[in-house]
Design a protein around this ligand. Sequence first.
Ligand SMILES: O=C(O)CCC(=O)C(=O)O
Ligand SMILES: [Fe+2]
Length: 359
Amino acid sequence: MSLPILQSGRIILRRSLDTILFLVDILAMKFLRKRNSNAHSHLLSTFYLFGGFVPLVASKWLGSPKIDFSEEGILSKFSEKDLKFASKHLKDEGFIVLQNVLSAELCSRILKESEIIPGKTRIMDGGKRVDEQIYFNREAPAGIRFDYESSDLISSPVLQQLIFDESILRFAQNYLGSAPILDLVAMWWHTTFSTVPDKEAAQWFHFDMDRLKWIKFFFYITDVDTNTGPHTFIARSHRKLGIPFSLRKKGYVRLTDQEVASSFLPNQYKEFTGKGGTLIVEDTRGLHKGKHCVSGDRLLFQLEFTASDFGIPLPEFVLTPPVDRNSIAAEKIGKYQHVYQAIRFEGTDYPPKDGEATP
Ligand SMILES: O=C(O)CCC(=O)C(=O)O
Ligand SMILES: [Fe+2]
């Protein structure tokens, strides 16, 4: 037998064994709340071999009962009919774009926040790590992507309006089919610093897969046109077998446009342009990327919710004191401890443990 066949046979065998171990990991999580440190790599192997089937069934099984969120918040401006349509579009196509979700005033307040919160220039392809915390210089950026720390974002009263918005939680829960858990809060700039798309900056096609099932909310804070780095998605690639085996088998890697091209129809490529205030909700199990910026720049704020904490352990978000116990953050963290379980109040015993009184 030739070497490549032997090698791919060995890989398939290893991934099949991983799939069995993945099922054991799920059982251990369900019945013993035990987390295997290799669970994430077992999850990836299972996805490579079988697509989304097994992770999605497992997600249903591990998910927590739905929570009765109110309809209040930034999505309340949409009618029930519009939100139903949006949820269905998201389910069928893998994304939905909602225009004018944030007011121009809120976008400009967030833009101002981006000037006073420090962050880091992300290491670029082949570059060296620069760990220095700096303020973003829009006139002279030092890299292709500039990231803010989740804990700084969570501590910002302006961004808390979005982080603790119940209409978003409700929409996320509807998609996940179980109670959401906040597992990612991010904000970053894309710039024209480099003339070629950067893998590290997520400017090549890829799928995300930290956990079993999740949903991402991308808020454009600046206006985004075809040149200023629109987020790009391949419609329907989020489906269980939406990414063909020929691409899944390459593993958890970034893919070139050419590698992706032969597997999808031209009308599946969606490039999302829109004014600041546009919201894209997307299942990033499908293939996506941030198109490389050729002029101007793009500021984007992002929230992600997951159906369970299986996979990569949840991050720890630290809310910086002083935290006003009458604030919206304190109220919502107390009320929805499951959703906000990744948030810690630095140096205090707050939030209270389950069963203790909430403010
Ligand atoms: O910057 C973008 O539009 C892509 C980001 C991305 O890949 C992600 O948030 O998962
Ligand atoms: Fe991504």
